[in-house]
Design a protein around this ligand. Structure first.
Ligand SMILES: [Zn+2]
Length: 281
C-alpha cells in the first residue's frame, strides 16, 4: 500500500548546546532510531517528488529536511543518520560555506569542534565569522558520499530582500541573483543542482514563486505546517513541520497525526484556528 500522506520533518541544529530550533543529540538519536525501528522510510527528494506526481512510496514514509547548513549537522546528525541507515535533505545557504579539511564527528575519539547555540551563531554570522558555525564543502561532499544527506538550495545569502530592498523591483532583482548564484555554486561544487528549494525564513509570495520556477526550482519547501502533502498536490507548496526537541514518542504521535486521512485534517484545522486566535489576541 502506498502512503496517503508524506509528512516532511524540518530540523535546524542537532547540538548539545541548548538554544532555539535545536535538538539534542540524544533526542535526535531517539527520533531517528524510533523511525527506523517502526519501519519508516526516509524518502530522497526525488522519491518525494515522485510521490507528489502520483508514484507509490512505502506506506510509512517521511522526508527529513534540514535548513541552512550548520556545522553541527556534520558533527552530530550525520553519524546518527549513518548508524540507522536514514537519509535527509539539507537546504544550504550556498554563499557562506567554508573551505578546509573535514572536522571530527561525534563517535570518533577526537576532540569535537565547539558548537555555538543558535543566537550566538546568528551574531557570529552577522559579524562575518562563518567557519566555526557553518559546514565546509569538504564535509558536504563527505556526507553526500556517505548517503546521509543530499543537498539543495536555500538561496546564496539567506537575505530577506522583501524587507531590506528599497523597492519591490530591487527585491525581485536581488532574489533573481540569489537563485542564480546559488545554482551556480551548487553546480560548481557538486556537479548538479536539484529542483528542490527552500525559502529563507519561510517567506514567499506569488512573484517569488514565479522567479524560483523560472530559475529551475519546481519543488518549493515552506514552513507552513498545518496541511498535508498528498499525491497530486502543487509542488510549489510543500508543507513541513518543525520537529520539537523531544523523544521519539512525540515525533511518532506528531507524524501519525500529520498523515492520518481523517484525523490529520481535523488536527490541522484545529491548530490553524488556535494560531489565528492567538494572532488576534
Ligand atoms: Zn533558513
Amino acid at each position: 500500500m502506498s502512503a496517503y500522506c508524506v509528512p516532511v520533518l524540518m530540523y535546524h541544529h542537532v547540538s548539545p548546546t541548548a538554544g532555539i530550533i535545536t535538538t539534542t543529540p540524544a533526542n535526535f538519536e531517539s527520533q531517528i532510531a524510533g523511525l527506523a525501528r517502526h519501519g519508516y522510510h526516509a524518502l530522497s527528494a526525488a522519491e518525494f517528488a515522485g510521490f507528489l506526481a502520483g508514484q507509490p512510496v512505502p506506506d510509512k514514509s517521511v522526508m527529513i529536511t534540514f535548513d541552512d547548513g550548520y556545522l553541527d549537522n556534520w558533527v552530530y546528525a550525520h553519524p546518527v543518520l549513518k548508524k540507522y541507515g536514514m537519509q535527509a535533505s539539507l537546504f544550504l545557504i550556498t554563499g557562506i560555506l567554508g573551505e578546509g579539511p573535514v572536522r571530527p564527528v561525534h563517535g570518533e575519539s577526537l576532540e569535537l569542534p565547539p558548537i555555538a547555540g543558535h543566537m550566538q551563531a546568528k551574531s557570529m554570522l552577522a559579524a562575518g565569522t562563518t567557519d566555526p558555525v557553518m559546514l565546509r564543502w569538504s564535509e558536504v561532499l563527505a556526507m553526500r558520499e556517505a548517503g546521509t544527506f543530499e543537498f539543495h538550495s536555500h538561496t546564496h545569502t539567506h537575505t530577506r530582500w522583501d524587507l531590506l530592498a528599497a523597492t519591490r523591483e530591487a527585491a525581485l532583482e536581488h532574489m533573481r541573483q540569489e537563485l542564480s548564484d546559488s545554482r551556480a555554486t551548487l553546480q560548481e561544487r557538486l556537479g548538479s543542482v536539484s529542483e528542490h528549494f527552500c525559502w529563507p525564513q519561510g517567506y514567499f509570495d506569488s512573484e517569488y514563486i514565479a522567479l524560483a520556477q523560472a530559475a529551475g526550482f519546481k519543488y518549493l519547501h515552506t514552513t507552513i505546517a498545518h496541511n498535508q502533502n498528498l499525491a497530486g498536490n502543487d509542488p510549489a507548496c510543500i508543507y513541513r513541520f518543525a520537529v520539537r526537541n523531544r523523544r521519539f514518542s512525540w515525533l511518532w504521535q506528531r507524524t501519525w497525526l500529520a498523515a492520518h486521512p481523517v484525523i490529520g485534517p481535523i488536527y490541522n484545522r484545529w491548530k490553524s484556528w488556535k494560531r489565528a486566535k492567538r494572532a488576534k489576541a
